[in-house]
Design a protein around this ligand. Structure first.
Ligand code: MEV
Length: 331
């Protein structure tokens, strides 16, 4: 039987990077999704096709220790394949089922854009594969296996992307030592947002490693910056719950300045961040790991079109989005 699961990408409204160091963050699902279909095979092979994630066709297989290995040496392990391999491997360990499967993935988001594509791939793969082997896991179990997948691939990862992709909506997340809490935010006004995208040269893993390096080299400077991001997230939550988009925008601007201090912005992202403000956005910031990728601008409904044009004329790709839609779904 074929099982199909779909999970959304995300924009981080406030708090990326600091959330890796257990500060809170506010994150929203977007209406761009990853869909994974899974059919169990009667051998121990796992075939993966994900044309729009640049995976033309990869075959993995379980070895005698139950580890999933690449059957052919493809020279380099494509990054989305690493997430799929870890996701399936974790489900196999968790359910004690080691079955081959044919996996097909479609994504309506650019790969490596900072829109949470890897978390959406992990969440939808875990959901589809576990259900296909006969174990319907709870959302909590899926989110926690997806977080583990991100940690295994990236080395250091917060539960932010895996949680939003599983539960959807707009959430305030507070990581703890090995756990986390999250609450859904009921914002009383519409939040008109536009995403600007520029090509990204670095992986999330590289950007997280860069902040870690700075943190170790300049703890007296970088630790307070991370502390400040945590504080502004708490203020942003209050502003959003009141529907105060002016304050919400100003706090985005402050958040962007602090992310730039951490070294994760780029000239291309800064160009989009500043031009969108000049065209009347309430606020703007990079969104996600940075080093290129996505930025967001918050504007009034009337201004959104001009802000979108501003992104285009500054060599960015504007991506319209509606935030706060559903998380993981079986389709
Ligand atoms: C990436 O979308 C967000 C980061 O904060 C990394 C993480 O939370 O694991 C940069």
């Amino acid at each position: 039987m074929k099982i199909v699961a779909s999970a959304p990408g995300k924009v981080t409204l406030y708090g990326e990077h600091a959330v890796v160091y257990k500060k809170p963050a506010i994150v929203a699902s977007i209406d761009r999704r990853v869909t994974v279909s899974c059919e169990i095979r009667d051998d121990d092979r796992i075939t993966i096709r994900a044309l729009n994630l640049e995976i033309p066709g990869v075959i993995l297989t379980y070895n005698k220790d139950g580890e999933i290995v690449l059957e052919t040496d493809y020279g380099r392990v494509l990054s989305a394949v690493s997430y799929i391999r870890e996701a399936i491997s974790l489900v196999s360990e968790y359910t004690n089922e080691f079955k081959g499967a044919d996996i097909k993935i479609e994504s309506s988001m650019p790969v490596g854009a900072g829109l949470g594509t890897s978390a959406a791939v992990s969440v939808a793969t875990i959901a589809a594969y576990s259900k296909a082997v006969g174990h319907e896991l709870s959302k909590k179990e899926i989110a926690s296996l997806a977080w583990e997948t991100e940690k295994r691939v990236q080395g250091l990862a917060s539960p932010m992307d895996s949680t939003i992709s599983t539960f959807g909506g707009i959430i305030y997340i507070q990581p703890g030592e090995n756990s986390f809490t999250h609450e859904s935010l009921d914002i009383p006004v519409e939040m008109p947002l536009i995403i600007g995208y520029v090509k990204r040269k670095y992986k999330t893993k590289d950007m997280v490693a860069l902040v870690k390096k700075y943190k170790e080299k300049y703890p007296e400077i970088i630790d307070p910056v991370i502390e400040l991001i945590g504080k502004l997230v708490v203020e942003a939550k209050t502003a959003l719950l009141k529907g105060d988009l002016i304050v919400a925008g100003e706090l985005m601007n402050i958040n962007h300045g602090l992310l730039d201090t951490l070294g994760v912005s780029s000239k291309e992202l800064n160009d989009l961040v500043y031009v969108t403000r000049a065209f009347g956005a309430y606020g703007s910031k990079l969104s996600g790991a940075g080093g290129g990728g996505a930025m967001i601008a918050l504007a009034s409904k009337e201004r959104l079109k001009e802000v979108s044009t501003a992104i285009s004329i500054s060599n960015g790709l504007p991506i319209d989005t509606v935030i706060g839609g559903p998380g993981l779904l079986y389709v």
